[in-house]
Ligand binder design. Structure first.
Ligand code: 5CA
Ligand code: ZN
Length: 403
């Protein structure tokens, strides 16, 4: 089972001694799940299924960023309580994932419940001199504790994974949650670890850090360390997270553990699903939201097939056509499976397993099943009794497509 390591650009088998740990960056619950979120979740679900099928001992953790700036901003804009928004969208996401047959992580944690782990990690970095404080005259309270930032110069490996020039790093940092213009930082790229309480913002007890809330990267780091250990097999998410999020997360893990090999053995990034489809179909009811599609009666298995028709590592566009093609395919497969006999199942299973082992080549797996369905619908000369049942159960297990 090899996957594309986006750091080296090579295919790598992340399994060591029959075991693998996987961390996938989950949602910030301020909006409903769209096809892109679903595609990322399904890609790593396939990886987990392929590993389990091969007998690998898998431990999988993920998160919900249930307190962060985008969530607080959306709540303020729409006049709802941020906690209610997060709870509602997290519940909806879980329903969507269940409908899409995405197997749940072994550990699924929120940022809020991980605050004690974040606080001790940040305290440890301050004590080691790998983090520093910036005064916050606008913070609530009259102490002088300040916001805490990581000192990236403490990590000689910082930047090696993403391999970007400094201007690009600065631009991406500004676009993706960083604050390169914040005065007082040692390096404009240094990421926030702990933000002191400001008027009107949620805050929690931070022991020696004072009341406040966690930075983004350290949240994922705390969950990884607490549940999987600091030497991960695979760190995954969409390609929008490669920099700064995953670069910073791996840096924090190295610094915290004083282990140059801490972080991820392999980073796997899914392509971005273009939501042009959202604009296109909004007039017809915003087709790209998984929950909307479900409400409209679209079979979740057709949504899953629409995703699987695309190789995870490339960008693609979610359109009506993609969905119609998937519905057609699903109906065809179901017709092909409705007989009592069919072509033998074993060659198909072999083809599906081989496709998945090759960097999760789901489109090749679907093509193999298309061939089996063609044969079944054309009428097999020597039909094997029970073959359709074996095929249906194997596709359920390997591809998560319940027929
Ligand atoms: N909570 C953070 C990660 S710690 C976050 O990025 N949340 S998110 O809701 O924006 O995205 C959730 C997951 O879906 C992430 O892995 C992200 O990389 C991925 N994702 C977001 N947009 C897309 C898209 N258009 N196509 C594919 N994957 C996407
Ligand atoms: Zn994350």
């Amino acid at each position: 089972m090899r996957v594309l390591d986006t750091v080296t650009g090579t295919l790598v088998d992340p399994v060591v001694d029959g075991a693998a740990t996987l961390y996938v960056c989950g949602i910030t619950p301020y909006d409903a799940t769209h096809l892109g979120h679903a595609a990322t979740a399904i890609a790593f679900d396939l990886l987990g299924r392929a590993w389990r099928d091969a007998g690998v001992a898998v431990r999988y953790a993920s998160n919900v960023t249930d307190v962060d700036d985008p969530l607080l901003e959306r709540a303020a804009d729409t006049g709802v309580d941020w906690r209610a928004l997060a709870a509602e969208q997290t519940a909806l996401y879980r329903e969507d994932m269940t409908a899409l047959q995405v197997l749940p992580p072994d550990a699924y944690l929120g940022a809020v419940e991980s605050i004690p782990a974040v606080v001790s990690a940040v305290e440890q970095m301050l004590a080691a001199g790998t983090a520093y404080r910036i005064p916050t005259p606008d913070a609530v309270g009259d102490d002088d504790l300040g916001d805490v930032y990581a000192d990236l110069h403490a990590d000689p490996q910082f930047g090696a994974a993403a391999g970007l020039d400094r201007d690009t790093m600065l631009t991406l940092s500004a676009e993706r949650g960083g604050d390169p213009r914040r005065p007082g930082k040692r390096d404009p790229l240094d990421p926030l670890l702990w933000r002191r309480e400001r008027a009107g913002e949620p805050a929690w007890d931070g022991d020696s850090l004072g009341r406040g809330r966690p930075g983004w990267h350290i949240e994922c780091v705390a969950i990884v360390r607490g549940n999987l250990g600091a030497r991960l097999s695979v760190l995954g998410g969409g390609s929008d997270l490669a920099f700064p999020h995953h670069e910073m997360s791996c840096s924090h893990m190295r610094v915290l553990t004083e282990d140059p090999h801490a972080g991820a053995r392999v980073q796997v990034h899914t392509g971005m699903v273009g939501l042009d489809g959202e604009k296109m179909s909004k007039s017809r009811g915003n087709l790209v939201l998984v929950s909307t599609l479900r409400e409209q009666g679209v079979d979740p298995m057709a949504i899953r097939l629409a995703v699987l028709a695309h190789r995870y590592r490339y960008d693609w566009l979610g359109t009506d056509d993609v969905l119609r093609t998937a519905e057609h395919r699903l109906a065809r497969w179901r017709r092909a499976l409705s007989g009592v006999g069919g072509a033998p199942a074993e060659p198909l299973l072999e083809a599906v397993r081989t496709a998945l082992a090759d960097d999760l080549d789901a489109p090749a797996a679907l093509a193999a099943m298309d061939d089996w369905a063609d044969a079944a619908l054309a009428g097999v000369a020597d039909p094997v009794p029970g073959a359709p049942g074996v095929v249906a159960r194997a596709l359920d297990a390997l591809l998560g497509v319940r027929l």
